[in-house]
Design a protein around this ligand. Structure first.
Ligand code: HEM
Length: 307
């Protein structure tokens, strides 16, 4: 374990971390190359430790996790996510984790995988149609829309496009607002004056009403669909016999939606961009798909659905 931590000294002593705010991604990559795998950066009134050293990561996350709490930025996230797995800590997190975990057992996921594949396949067809019309596609937006559809189908069995679009809009607008509150906390008072905060509260109220209605209907449904919501509704803590109340269900559902779609969409977008730059890797990928799935076109996902 390193014993001394190098400190990043920015150009503007009155606004420490300004370089990070300008372009967090580029900054972190460049500084990690220059300063190594463990350094500290003063950031506004706080300190950020940037760690890519596996020993230090294990020290923080595994061996001494009780000494560390989540960053204050998570308080902002709580305004939208409530106290789901991503934003909670300690005993509450442990209890929720035991309740949500069974939904992600391999056998449960295998069933959901079929539904995911059908949605993905339909989406690929739509993309091909758009592309055939000569439309320019913003692949980042496309991947966000695709993963939003997948996650909503997997979570709530929702396929209504109007609902999906509105949910997606609410999540994206809310996310923008929370990022704004996190990176520019000194401007938060203005959000209360210019209506931004009111709009956020209205959006979240719409989202909550939508999810509570779904939960309510699902509790009464004699033949509930097999999705994550049903799994969480029936999940019981093996140690205490506890089940989740409506508020906890809402918080975990919104958390899964938020945690599941943008992360996957961003990974897919970068993967596709990198593949577009490396045709040799595309060739290898096609061969691998053909070897694994035994299909010469290399993209026949329905083959997995049918199995
Ligand atoms: C490439 C895709 C993904 C990436 C890069 C990613 C990344 C992460 C990271 C870094 C964390 C830790 C966050 C923290 O503790 O602050 C996390 C936690 C979490 N992720 Fe993902 N994630 C991805 C996909 C998903 C998907 C598809 C889902 C669910 C549908 C999901 C659900 C969660 C949940 C529930 C947590 C909290 C777990 C806990 O604390 O017990 N993630 N993810």
């Amino acid at each position: 374990m390193p014993t001394t931590v190098p400190v990043f000294k920015g150009k503007n002593p009155f606004l420490p971390g300004a370089e990070f705010l300008r372009n967090p991604y580029e900054f972190t990559i460049n500084q990690s190359l220059q300063m190594g795998d463990f350094y500290m950066m003063p950031f506004l009134l706080r300190k950020i430790f940037v760690i890519t050293n596996h020993e230090v990561v294990a020290h923080v996350l595994q061996k001494n996790q009780k000494n560390y709490v989540k960053s204050p930025a998570y308080r902002q996230l709580r305004l939208a996510l409530g106290t789901g797995l991503v934003t909670s800590e300690g005993e509450h997190w442990r209890r929720q984790r035991r309740l949500v975990q069974p939904a992600f057992y391999k056998t449960q996921l295998e069933d959901l995988f079929r539904g995911m594949t059908v949605v993905a396949e339909k989406y690929v067809e739509e993309l091909a149609e758009k592309s055939a019309l000569g439309e320019n596609l913003d692949i980042s937006k496309e991947m966000m829309a695709a993963t939003a559809r997948i996650v909503l189908k997997t979570l709530f069995s929702t396929e209504d496009t109007a609902d999906i679009n509105e949910m997606y809009r609410v999540m994206m607008d809310s996310q923008d607002y929370l990022v704004f509150r996190t990176v520019k906390p000194y401007l938060i008072p203005f959000a209360y004056l210019n209506g931004q905060h009111r709009k956020f509260k209205k959006d979240i109220a719409w989202f909550d009403a939508y999810i509570f209605k779904l939960i309510n209907e699902r509790r009464k449904d004699p033949n509930p669909p097999n999705d994550l919501l049903s799994m969480m509704l029936t999940s019981k803590d093996e140690e205490t016999g506890e089940v989740m109340n409506d508020r906890a269900l809402r918080d975990e559902a919104v958390t899964l939606f938020a945690a599941g779609h943008e992360t996957s969409a961003t990974s897919l977008t970068w993967t596709l961009w990198l593949l577009s730059q490396h045709p040799d890797v595309v060739r290898k990928l096609r061969i691998e798909i053909e070897t694994v799935l035994g299909d010469p076109n290399g993209c026949q996902v329905s083959r997995i659905c049918a199995s």
